[in-house]
Design a protein around this ligand. Structure first.
Ligand code: DTR
Length: 342
């Protein structure tokens, strides 16, 4: 903490000094400089969210705050994002709680197979639940943005029409998707998204289960030519700031960040659902002859039956840890229903 503070204040003084010497625009230099890390590339939808948030913060504070973005894992990777923020490596970090369900147990409920229709509804539900339940897993953080992917789909080298086709198939999922793939009889491998393209190329995995924009944004359609039309579970994202850093921000800046936080689930969900995923599917069909596989009603019913027990099992496991899992899940279903109608 103190090392970061002293380094950044030296840098700020140096920069301010240089600007004063250099030109009259010194008066316009930001008073507050924040660093913001993300583990995947800037062109992905969470990267777009990050850039939009930073731009809006500067605009709405009339230039008082400036944000330096570090996408692509240049400052922190997927595995060390949350510890990195706690340790002051970055002021803000955008990570995926889904990658570490042990650390974010209550949030993992949002990634159960509960039938979210899209990312917008799931993102708004995640945010509202976090506001209402204040999960202990975020106690040392200030959450500044939350959103999710659309429900994940199986994308594979070979066509998956049935549980028989899936049996033993090495498919990658984010942490919370692993038990879903296991229940469907595949051989799940957990790994962060940026590692997937190489694992697909080298045949370490036969495919992945995640939101479908990755076909384009990570160029996976080059090798994964089949999508099975069966929506499974969403992946959650949370951008956080260390609480002590947050407490030092002036009230007017905190107000703008809170206002942005309430807008980000809808902004990101709509961008992902309405532009990002659709464009990727269109491109993958045209450029790589992507095939969408429909399940027969009988087959679909079998998949549903395999996944049905997961929610009740989650409640049992989380309740044993003393978490209000039953109330959380009941409220999740209410919110999903309510937001689906809006
Ligand atoms: N689907 C999650 C997360 C994910 C989806 N698109 C992106 C883009 C950038 C980073 C992560 C993700 C996953 O499977 O990891």
């Amino acid at each position: 903490m103190s090392r970061r503070k002293s380094t950044s204040s030296v840098l700020v003084s140096l920069a301010a000094g240089l600007l004063v010497l250099a030109s009259p625009i010194a008066a316009c230099a930001a008073e507050i400089n924040l660093t913001y890390a993300f583990f995947a590339p800037a062109n992905t939808f969470p990267g777009k969210q990050m850039a939009y948030w930073a731009e809006q913060l500067t605009k709405r504070t009339n230039g008082k705050v400036s944000v330096k973005l570090f996408p692509g894992g240049t400052l922190l990777g997927a595995r060390d994002m949350y510890d990195g923020v706690s340790n002051g490596v970055a002021d803000i970090g955008l990570g995926s709680p889904s990658y570490d369900p042990g650390r974010f147990p209550l949030t993992s409920g949002v990634s159960l197979p509960v039938g979210f229709p899209n990312a917008t509804v799931a993102s708004r539900t995640l945010w509202q639940l976090t506001q209402e339940f204040h999960p202990k897993e975020y106690e040392n953080f200030k959450v500044i943005a939350m959103f999710t992917t659309e429900p994940g789909y199986i994308m594979s080298h070979t066509a998956v029409h049935s549980l028989a086709d899936l049996k033993g198939m090495k498919l990658r999922a984010a942490g919370t998707g692993v038990p879903v793939l296991k229940a469907l009889g595949a051989a799940p491998v957990g790994m962060p998204m940026p590692e997937v393209p190489q694992a697909v190329q080298t045949g370490v995995i036969n495919g992945t289960m995640t939101s479908r924009e990755v076909l384009k944004d990570f160029n996976l359609a080059e090798s994964l030519k089949f999508v099975t039309d069966y929506p499974t579970v969403v992946v959650t994202f949370a951008a956080v700031m260390d609480r002590k850093r947050w407490d030092k921000l002036p009230a007017d800046v905190q107000k703008v960040i809170d206002q942005l936080a309430s807008e980000m689930p809808t902004w990101t969900g709509q961008y992902h659902d309405n532009q990002n995923v659709g464009a990727a599917l269109k491109w993958a069909k045209k450029e790589h002859n992507l095939q969408i596989i429909s399940l027969t009603p009988d087959e679909r019913a079998k998949w549903d039956a395999r996944l049905k027990p997961m929610a009740a099992e989650w409640v049992t496991q989380m309740s044993a840890k003393g978490l209000p899992a039953a109330r959380y899940l009941a409220r999740l279903r209410e919110l999903r229903h309510q937001f689906s109608k809006e």
